[in-house]
Design a protein around this ligand. Structure first.
Ligand SMILES: Nc1ncnc2c1ncn2[C@@H]1O[C@H](COP(=O)(O)OP(=O)(O)O)[C@@H](O)[C@H]1O
Ligand SMILES: [Mg+2]
Length: 661
């Protein structure tokens, strides 16, 4: 289902509500029909029983009449009076019986059916009743009791009042079948006849008596009394009974709107067809006069088995409908309470689902803002709990990935920085090398040209000095010439060495030993008398391939410079080590000398750069050392602080094979 603008909770609750409401309505209407049908069908069964009771009352009455007639007819005195033709006695006696037992008629005929005594109307007599079906059969010897339709003509014989009692004008009834007549003049009677037979078995006559049912409410009221016991519902009588003459109500306790008995109204067309025409029982709900009843109708038949009327009982439908409604109301109220309870439960259970989800929504927002440390706290051990767990795991992973990225960025920066530094250094080296190379070429040319004449000067001045007496005034001057020329020769030699470096003679050497050897050569000099030397040699240095002679020259240069910077007083530390990456060997020379000024550091390795006084330094020592180390693919660096001292570091690659170029 798709509810576009609702929250998750509303959606869940609405879905449930729709299901509940649809289900509720379906079960409510089914329940209503079920209950109603059950109640109504139960009522129907009851009404069916009631009809049987009504028949009982009906036949009881008929039997009463039969009994009265029989008892009277079999009386000795009656037979005797009849035999003797004592009509006055008979009239007197029979009139008393009629009145005493409440019969409407009690009439005596002779053996041919001629009326001898008519107790209700003694004036009218001698008419023939042998055509009357009941009398006719009784004349043949039968004892009979039946309901019967009596014509107005016959009723009038019994008296004007009886005919008037039977006379009923039709009251227009909405659902009744159309009839050409608008009144009923005949009446329905419960009638019994008894043949009076003497001891010789000869028929003396017939005694018949009866009760007119029109406007006689005894039977219907008795039925009501027995079956419904004056039961009332909201001021209205629940049970009703009616006797119909054909389709006309002649005796009833169904009331019309004015509260009087609904005599003159007629049965509905449906019932008319079913009961009167088809002779069937009708057990249904039916609209009676002005209300719905649960009813039972059955035909009343005469002696010829012909349908002459209907016996009816009915119960007001309203109490059953109201009961149904009440049950439904209770059901609805209870169902509504259940729905409310369900909604409350649903509300809380959805809270349990939704709260963690909301937490997760908040968490995603926090994470989107960049707070990767935000955690969702859900403790439930269900799908949502697992979701929260994996959600937390996800943010954790995200966090560490992010961390790695940041670190990587940092190392990248550092690497770029390092590379840049290396590059500038290399550039400086390159510059230095080029400078040294051009200087070398220049000085080599000069040195070459000067070397030979200088050799001549030195030889001849030596010869002159040997030939001159020490007391001669020229002796000292000659000595100076020889000394200065030797110095020139040294400079030129150094220059040539620098400009035309010798090829490397590679061999496997032990650096510690080489440093030691360089030191011991120098140590003999007076300059070293007051210098304390400290040796910190690494024991795990392997031998490397290098030119030992040239390296020794480098070390001696550095050691001499150190001693000179300390002016023969201080301490010198010799330190060898293998670098962490095992690719280079470092040799460090640390002195406690005067140090090197910042501006001099750049020029230290230039040829002829010297801070020493003329005649003392050539400024070639470090320049030559630089080129030797460079040829070994090594580096030489300096760190220094003015007034405190300097450290020269030589790094040589660890190569174990001799290369031949
Ligand atoms: N250990 C040191 N302490 C101070 N200064 C030094 C040291 N080594 C070298 N120098 C400086 O470097 C200069 C160049 O040295 P070098 O090339 O050996 O030439 P020289 O020793 O002939 O001056 C020196 O004049 C000196 O100023
Ligand atoms: Mg020097």
């Amino acid at each position: 289902m798709n509810f576009p603008h609702f929250s998750l909770r509303t959606k869940i609750i609405l879905s449930f509500l729709i299901i509940i409401i649809i289900g509720g309505l379906i079960s409510l209407s089914l329940g209503f029909r079920l209950i109603k049908n059950t109640l109504i069908s139960q009522a129907q069964v009851k009404v069916n029983h009631d009809l049987a009771s009504a028949w009982m009352v009906f036949y009881e009455k008929l039997n009463d009449i039969k009994d009265i007639v029989s008892l009277t007819a079999t009386r000795e005195s009656v037979q005797e009076a009849l035999r003797k033709g004592k009509q006055d006695i008979l009239l007197k006696y029979l009139s008393r019986v009629r009145k005493e037992y409440g019969l409407d008629i009690l009439t005596l005929t002779d053996h041919k059916g001629k009326v001898l005594v008519r107790t209700r109307n003694p004036e009218i007599m001698r008419d023939n009743q042998s055509q009357d079906e009941i009398v006719k059969r009784s004349l043949k010897g039968d004892i009979l009791a039946y309901p019967q339709i009596i014509s107005q003509e016959e009723l009038l014989k019994e008296g004007q009042d009886l005919a008037e009692q039977a006379y009923i004008e039709f009251i227009p009834t909405p659902k009744a079948a159309a009839r050409p007549e608008n009144k009923e003049t005949s009446g329905m009677m419960l009638k019994s006849a008894y043949p009076i037979i003497d001891e010789n078995n000869t028929l003396l006559g017939v005694l018949y008596g009866g009760i007119l049912l029109n406007r006689n409410y005894e039977i219907v009221d008795r039925v009501k009394e027995i079956v419904y016991k004056e039961e009332k519902y909201k001021g209205r009588e629940v049970g009703t009974a009616t006797i119909f003459q054909h389709d006309l109500r002649i005796s009833t306790n169904v009331k019309n709107k004015t509260g009087t008995r609904a005599i003159g109204t007629r049965v509905s067309k449906e019932v008319n067809t079913a009961v009167l025409k088809e002779g069937k029982a009708w057990i249904h709900r039916a609209f009676v006069v002005n209300d719905w009843y649960i009813t039972a109708y059955e035909p009343i038949k005469n002696i010829d088995n012909k349908i002459i009327g209907i016996l009816y009982v009915g119960m007001l439908e309203k109490p059953y409908i109201d009961t149904t409604m009440q049950v439904m109301l209770t059901f609805t109220v209870m169902a509504s309470l259940c729905v409310v309870l369900l909604l409350v439960i649903l509300y809380f259970s959805t809270t349990r689902i939704i709260n963690p989800l909301q937490k997760m929504v908040v968490a995603t927002q926090e994470i989107a803002k960049g707070d990767l440390s935000h955690k969702v706290e859900v403790n439930s051990k269900d799908e949502i709990g697992y979701l929260a767990e994996s959600f937390n795991q996800m943010t954790e992973d995200l966090k560490s990935a992010n961390q790695k990225l940041i670190e990587w960025g940092k190392t990248l920066e550092k690497k770029v920085e390092e590379r840049t530094k290396e590059l500038t250094k290399m550039q400086a080296h390159l510059f230095q090398s080029e400078k040294l190379a051009s200087l070398g070429k220049l000085s080599a040319g000069i040195a070459h040209e000067i070397n030979n004449p200088l050799g001549g000067v030195l030889i001849y001045s030596h010869l002159l000095l040997e030939d001159t007496d020490k007391s001669s005034p020229h002796y000292e001057n000659l000595k100076k010439i020889v000394k200065e020329t030797s110095r020139c020769k040294d400079i030129v030699k150094g220059l040539l060495e620098f400009a035309r470096p010798k090829d490397l003679e590679m061999s496997l050497i032990d650096i510690n030993k080489l440093v030691d050897k360089s030191l011991s050569i120098m140590e003999g000099q007076a300059l070293f008398q007051n210098i304390r030397v400290e040796k910190r040699y690494s024991s795990d240095l392997s031998k490397i391939v290098a030119d030992s002679g040239q390296l020794q020259q480098v070390f001696m240069n550095i050691i001499l410079n150190a001693a000179e910077s300390m002016d023969g007083n201080g301490s010198l530390i010799l330190f060898t080590s293998l670098d962490k990456d095992s690719k280079n060997i470092s040799i460090k020379f640390t002195d406690t000398g005067q140090g090197i000024k910042e501006e001099d550091k750049k020029r230290l390795f230039e040829p002829f750069f010297s801070t020493k006084e003329v005649g003392k330094g050539t400024g070639l020592g470090l320049a030559i050392s630089y080129s030797i180390i460079q040829k070994h693919q090594g580096t030489i660096e300096v760190a220094s602080q003015v007034g405190k001292g300097s450290t020269f570091t030589v790094k040589l690659p660890v190569t174990k094979e001799i290369k031949h170029d």
